[in-house]
Design a protein around this ligand. Sequence first.
Ligand code: NAP
Length: 515
Amino acid sequence: MTMVEYRNEPFTDFKQEHNRQAMLAALESVRARLGRTYPLRINGRKIMTDRSIVSVNPGRVKQIVGYVAQADAHLANQAIAAADAAFRDWQHVAPEVRAGYLFKAAALIRRRKFEFSAWLVYEVGKNWAEADADVAEAIDFLEFYGREMIRLAQPQPLTPLPGEDNRLTYIPLGVGVVIPPWNFPLAIMAGMTCAALVAGNTVVLKPASASPVIAAQFVELMEEAGLPAGVLNFVPGSGGEIGDLLVDHPRTRFVSFTGSRDVGLRINERIARPAAGQIWIKRLIAEMGGKDGIVVDSSADPAEAADAIVASAFGFQGQKCSAGSRAIIHQDLYEEVLRHIVEKTKQLTVGLPEENHPIGPVIDESAYNKIREYMDIGAGEGHLVAGGDIAEGDGYYLQPTVIADVLPNARIMQEEIFGPVLAVCKADDFKQSVDIFNNTEYGLTGSVFSRNREHLEYARRHMHCGNLYFNRKCTGALVGVHPFGGFNMSGTDSKAGGRDYLLLFTQAKLVSEKW
Ligand code: NAP
């Protein structure tokens, strides 16, 4: 197979008129296809059910994006059985052939980039650039993991022993249950699914209930790429209803989960208990929440730091695991940086994602209510200096909110809000800033703004998070460039988009032959 070197998919420049027109055309074309019904897929069969998940546009709540068939326990069991049966052959398909399906899928998505972006705008309320980045990341995962599998399939270095032929190969695990979140409904869903598949496992994919239409379209696309029946089974359904069943099933070999801390911990607990007839210790790859922060040192450029803080806190309405929801600022610059943050936040318009406002809606009513509660809690824990209220529109719109003078142990400095709420805290010195940064149970992303080399090196050693950035925002990790995943309650320390990731979906087999 001839392969070009891996490169990140470029982002679309919407300032260019032809790209703007292409996006407008895609939005129109997708609008005409809203409200359709999508089936489940088990062993290549399309199955409709009596009940369906109704996917709603969070920015225009009367607009239905689609209806997706909903699996019950019986269908979830069927999906595991289908994946189990398909594993018998799929595990022996050559790695480069498996990788080929990913490359083909990447090519198909690339051809329909604007269309996928438009679906993201409607289904989860991303603005154009956020949607485009999600699509680009999905392409990156497919291209990267395809190449990674080919690399892993090469002969592995072993210490030679005269008189013996020794070979180590990475073989797959079995049936994987893949449970993604809604916030990167294409990139993370496709990345988790394809990492498992390309390593030779078969998959039961249960998409997040807020974004099942994009997942349905991706599954359709994998079918178009020629993936054999039963290798990828699609069972939308409520996590609360079928999640335990999928996790507990004795034929489930591993679970790949990305989502909240509480659900991750629940899966971690359940997966440890062997079911009757189970003959393995199940594996869990869990990527969970964050309470990420940006530290601003006294030597930083205040305007530059404020730009990054605002972008990290409010990009996609703060609904990123990497969102910088805490700003920890040295006392010498505190007032100045805060002034810039407030100014920049007040410039952000809130409105329909289709119209490409910087701030769109949050995902659903329960998120909307929860975030409003946190705005009130925050207002009691510090000084509300921007936002703090709902915003106008026929959806779940909230103003980007900044709460200043918050103490390190305040709830809004500790708990993941997953919405457009930024807590700002003052530090006496740099070391104290780092202590405040580390003072959460999470450890996903962080940034430092400083021109002081000693301080940067101190941060490199002492800031405990999986993705630490210097003099840039704490969101926007690129596949292959910034392998992504966190410590402590942020997950099982896996690195999506990194060279270690596929190992999590394999086991190493050593065969030794005496000559
Ligand atoms: P969530 O509520 O935990 O849901 C994640 C997935 O778990 C969904 O598919 C959900 O299904 C399913 N689920 C719910 N209950 C379950 C159960 N009992 N058993 C099995 N599965 C169950 O999280 P979310 O709201 O979708 O996503 C936001 C969270 O994800 C945030 O905490 C964010 O930080 C985290 N996140 C982390 C990363 C990372 O890389 N570390 C990346 C993105 C997001 P339903 O939708 O049907 O409930």
